[in-house]
Ligand binder design. Structure first.
Ligand code: PSU
Ligand code: MN
Length: 309
């Protein structure tokens, strides 16, 4: 167990698991405050924790509370982040020091969840979707900090791919340049979040949690910096009609453009718009794919502990 950062508090249950070498799965909080409406966000976050436990690992939901970096939240804290929703700051790497110095609350993105997970000694993190290179990034330069974090912080991120609010082809190019392995779980394609297919091939298909663990373990032992990105497709029965989702995404992008939405507001705006345009269907799919990812995350964390002994 490594020495903890002075700004970090690890919940007793999580701390004990890490000390005893038991599997832990990190979970993010931007998906709670900015990714889903209340109360489904809180219900989902709590069910996710239950599923991680049922699959043999300890959940560590990550956030900033009152200026402290936290790994492992209480039900009340999860409820607070969900209820306050967009009233909670969305915290990426550049925001972290300011939010902590001011004693604020913050919802952690994939980037900051990776940072805090690594500080705590957690190696596996499961969520819904990751950020990436936005469409039109060749002029806006809107590239999510998530990609840079994957290049430098040694955490395995299990997601359902990325939504086509992004340019998925450019996202893969960027990850290639920054040396991030992109693995398809039981697929040769990068999944497109609401749908199983994006038309873009991943570097490698990996078919078991044991092999995911072996890849991550090998990368770390070898001394290569950075994480590993795993694309786990949404289960067929919950996947959406591609035409319906594409149409909603096109409309959301057009409205963002008209309203001049940019910077950190861009992704939350697009996510909320797509959810609004597709009604409850997309929310249900979103919840189901998160469940699917956290179960794979827990199994991979279990396999990794077995490997690392
Ligand atoms: N994509 C989703 N759901 C999400 C996010 C992205 O499908 O909730 C959130 C994640 O927290 C991700 C962040 O890290 O948005 C990326 O924001 P940005 O594009 O501003 O980097
Ligand atoms: Mn951005």
């Amino acid at each position: 167990m490594k020495e903890l950062n002075q700004y970090l508090d690890v919940a007793p249950e999580v701390k004990k698991a890490l000390e005893e070498g038991r599997p832990v799965v990190a979970l993010e909080s931007t998906i709670i405050s900015h990714g889903m409406p209340y109360p489904q966000n809180v219900e989902t976050a709590l069910e996710v924790e239950r599923l991680v436990r049922e699959s043999g690992a300890v959940p560590a939901t990550i956030a900033v509370i009152g200026g402290r970096l936290r790994a492992g939240l209480s039900k009340e804290e999860i409820d607070h982040l969900g209820k306050k929703g967009h009233g909670v700051a969305k915290v990426s790497r550049r925001d972290l020091a300011v939010v902590c110095a001011r004693g604020m609350d913050g919802a952690t993105t994939v980037t900051t969840t990776m940072i805090i997970a690594h500080m705590a000694g957690i190696e596996v993190f499961a969520t819904g979707g990751v950020g990436g290179v936005h469409r039109g990034a060749e002029t806006t330069m809107d590239v999510s900090a998530d990609l840079e974090e994957l290049a430098q912080t040694p955490v395995m991120v299990i997601c359902a791919g990325a939504k086509s609010i992004l340019d998925l082809g450019l996202t893969l190019e960027y990850l290639e340049t920054r040396g991030v392995p992109v693995l398809g779980y039981q697929t040769q394609e990068l999944p497109a979040f609401y749908t199983r297919h994006s038309g873009f091939a991943v570097d490698y298909e990996v078919d078991s949690p044991e092999e995911l663990a072996r890849v991550f373990h090998t990368k770390r032992e070898m001394g290569l910096s950075g994480g590993v990105l795993v694309g786990n497709p949404i289960p067929e029965e919950y996947s959406m009609d591609k035409a319906v989702i594409d149409q909603a995404i096109d409309q959301a992008l057009a409205e963002a453009d008209e309203q001049g939405i940019h910077g950190k507001e861009c992704t939350p705006f697009l996510l909320a718009k797509v959810a609004e345009l597709t009604g409850g269907d997309s929310l249900d799919s979103n919840i189901r794919l998160v469940f699917n990812n956290v179960v794979l995350g827990a199994k991979t964390a279990v396999a990794l502990r077995a490997l690392e002994g």
